[in-house]
Design a protein around this ligand. Structure first.
Ligand code: ADP
Ligand code: MG
Length: 678
């Protein structure tokens, strides 16, 4: 007798459920997507016990007639796809026809649905994959699906469920994501009749961010929008998954990008605050995450992540959504074009905006304040497979080793987490505000109370559109463009330049300001091979460990192009004969050690995907750091003026190559407020 058997539908569905439904949040995801696909404008989600006991979703979409309602629970039954060709241009969120049968195989499900065109609607009950009850029912147009006792018949699965609060935070994060992608729709989330999300329709994404995360978060974000025409000439061959000789010519279209990105001072320890939507579908994509990191390169430290909400729109045939059962991953046809488009749009926006750190923000983003923002697991995408991989585990606070820059520049900089001027007063003054901000801390799956738009805190605020507009106006005003016209008044402890400007009082960290100026100059000079070197009177001898000699050999060429003349001098010693102008003695030796140390780390870190640009940037950052004016150095007015003028000319006058703020603004408005003049 043969050994092979065909699995029953029930078993096949449970296997599919293993991929699609792994926790309450993934049920919510599938049902929400169905409601959106049905054209719903209002979606209400109720959960009990974090969704383990009950998940109920009601929508006002187009509903189903009786036949469809019965069919919907069959495996591979879908109204969204007919032929494999259509897969290439799928515009709906679902298409696999797997979700409902999968969910019904591992829970008790009841469905109430009506199209509004027929005399009656349909009520249906199904448990463990078996239909128990079908009936006509008088119902308004739309669909309500209730899923109770998730995994009641699969105890092994049930064991993997986490605490109710954890599951609830995942559900909350998920609903939040979809609400952000669809500001024009009404979303409500209730847990045991307690409102967690209440987001009535609004006309602009900024208003939705305000509804969901509050005013403080919105104030930390800047808008970005860009568009690029698809260049179809000279495109690489489409990948095999789309190569089809009968394929009709592709419709020309464009890539559009819109969204919000954080100012450099807002830094996160992981990527959980980066949201990427492709054609309104929330996805996790390494390529785009990389593009975002690239945009922020040398604006924030390599171990930190920004907050980004990115909405990409493109013709459906440009993106393959059929890559992962939970549809959280996609594949782009023109990978590098999209990567570069995202990187450049964000980078340009950052350069153009030149956002300035205010006192509050700088205090909050200092390393000491960051732990209060440590994420709850909720903002993870359910079903996303790459969460545990090496590249995606920066959840721990960055180790000292991962931040070589900070370590070596420590003696020159203020103690981390403390601002060197009147810090107590400022901190006390803003304490309550900062606590509120930290708690509302955006994108970390917000605490239920803060999510609710009906909470007391938000009741007292102006309506979203007004507040959002006001914040946007303030964002536009506060840029560093006027740095060049600042009037330096003196130094604070020979370390910080105080300057008066139209917008208020500026405090500029002289070391990091100079560092930024030098960093950009070094990169520029290197690009045009115009590096100035100076010959040392006596060669400087530098001792290295054997493995460091190996690393040195790898980077020797690039060092030479940066103005160094270094030769091996015995098996473990280098002789430095010439160096870039402005760097000598102990600083020179420290700089060399630092670059070799960092290159060793980079070579140990395979995921870093080290390239020449990264090495060049590292050398430039290190050179800049060690050649820049130190703190505790008196400066005459001419030099201060020169420094401010040079800083104003840089691309990123707001943060040093390691991500620390360069200039803080005590705004005229805040000064007036503090003196009770307004
Ligand atoms: P898919 O979404 O991949 O088509 P599902 O199993 O999620 O597969 O749903 C099966 C079908 O049931 C859908 O194609 C759709 O026609 C119908 N359906 C599911 N949910 C709804 C809803 N909320 N409103 C209207 N129709 C729905
Ligand atoms: Mg579906």
């Amino acid at each position: 007798m043969g050994r092979i058997r065909v699995l029953s539908d029930q078993v096949a569905n449970q296997i599919a459920a293993g991929e699609v439904v792994d926790r309450p949040a993934s049920v919510v995801k599938e049902l929400l997507e169905n409601s959106l696909d049905a054209g719903a404008n209002r979606i209400r989600i109720e959960v009990e016990a974090g969704g383990r006991k009950l998940i109920r979703i009601s929508d006002d979409g187009h509903g189903m007639n009786r036949d469809d309602a019965l069919l919907a629970f069959e495996r591979h039954a879908t109204s969204k796809l007919r032929t494999a060709d259509e897969l290439l241009s799928i515009a709906t969120l679902g298409f696999r026809g797997e979700a409902l049968p999968s969910i019904a195989s591992v829970a008790r499900v009841s469905l109430d649905t009506a199209t509004g065109d027929e005399p009656s609607g349909t009520h249906l009950e199904i448990a463990g994959g078996k239909i128990h009850h079908v009936d006509d029912a008088a119902l308004p147009r739309g669909t309500t699906i209730s899923v109770s006792d998730l995994f009641f018949n699969t105890p092994a699965r049930r064991k993997f469920l986490r605490a109710e609060s954890t599951e609830l935070s995942h559900v909350t994060a998920l609903v939040t994501h979809y609400a952000l992608a669809h500001p024009e729709k009404h979303f409500e989330l209730l847990s045991a009749s307690h409102s967690l999300v209440s987001a009535p329709p609004v006309s602009r994404p900024a208003e939705r961010i305000y509804q969901i995360f509050g005013k403080d978060t919105l104030a930390q974000l800047l808008p970005v929008a860009a568009e690029t025409q698809l260049d179809r000439s000279g495109l690489p061959e489409p990948p095999p998954w789309k190569r089809d000789p009968d394929e009709p010519p592709r419709i020309p279209g464009s890539f559009r990008l819109s969204g919000f990105y954080s100012k450099p001072e807002l830094q996160k320890l992981n990527r959980n605050s980066i949201y990427i939507f492709v054609n309104k579908r929330l996805i996790r994509d390494r390529l785009l995450l990389h593009a975002i990191s690239e945009a922020y390169r040398n604006i924030i430290p390599p171990t930190s992540y920004p907050v980004v909400l990115l909405f990409l729109e493109m013709p459906p045939e440009e993106v393959d959504v059929n890559v992962h059962p939970a549809k959280t991953e996609v594949r782009f046809r023109q990978q590098s074009l999209i990567h570069d488009f995202v990187r450049d749009s964000l980078r340009n926006a950052l350069i153009a905006a030149r956002p300035v750190a205010g006192f509050k923000a700088a205090l909050e983003s200092s390393p000491a304040a960051t732990p209060s923002l440590i994420p709850v697991p909720g903002s993870r995408l359910p079903g996303s497979p790459d969460q545990s991989s090496a590249e995606d585990t920066p959840d721990q606070p960055p180790s000292a080793a991962a931040e070589p820059f900070r370590l070596t520049s420590k003696p020159l900089t203020p103690v981390p987490g403390k601002l060197p001027f009147g810090e107590r007063d400022v901190a006390v003054h803003f304490e309550q505000e900062s606590l509120r901000q930290a708690a509302a801390a955006l994108m970390e799956p917000p605490l239920p109370a803060h999510l609710s738009c009906s909470s007391d805190a938000l009741d007292t605020l102006p309506p979203p559109s007004e507040a959002a507009a006001q914040i946007e106006a303030e964002q536009a005003a506060t840029t560093l463009n006027r740095l060049g016209s600042l009037r330096p008044m003196g130094q604070l402890r020979d370390s910080f330049i105080l300057a008066a400007g139209e917008d208020g009082l500026w405090i500029i960290d002289q070391h990091v300001a100079h560092e930024r100026v030098l960093f950009e100059k070094i990169l520029r000079d290197r690009r045009v091979e115009h590096v100035q070197r100076q010959r040392l009177l006596m060669p400087l001898l530098v001792e290295l460990k054997p493995w460091q000699m190996v690393i040195f050999a790898q980077i020797a060429d690039e060092l030479e192009r940066n103005g160094f003349e270094v030769e091996p001098f015995g098996p473990q010693t280098l002789a430095v004969k010439a160096a870039p102008v402005g760097l000598e003695g102990a600083s020179l030796e420290r700089m060399l050690h630092e670059v070799i140390e960092q290159s060793t780390e980079a070579s140990n870190e395979p995921s870093l995907n080290e390239d020449l640009t990264a090495l060049r940037t590292r050398i430039a950052a290190s050179l800049a750091c060690h050649s820049a004016i130190k703190i505790n150095t008196p400066l005459d007015p001419k030099r201060m003026e020169w420094l401010l003028l040079e800083l104003a000319k840089t691309e990123h006058p707001t943060s040093c190559p390691h991500g620390r703020p360069i200039a803080l603004l005590y705004s005229w408005k805040d000064i007036q407020r503090a003196f009770h003049r307004i």
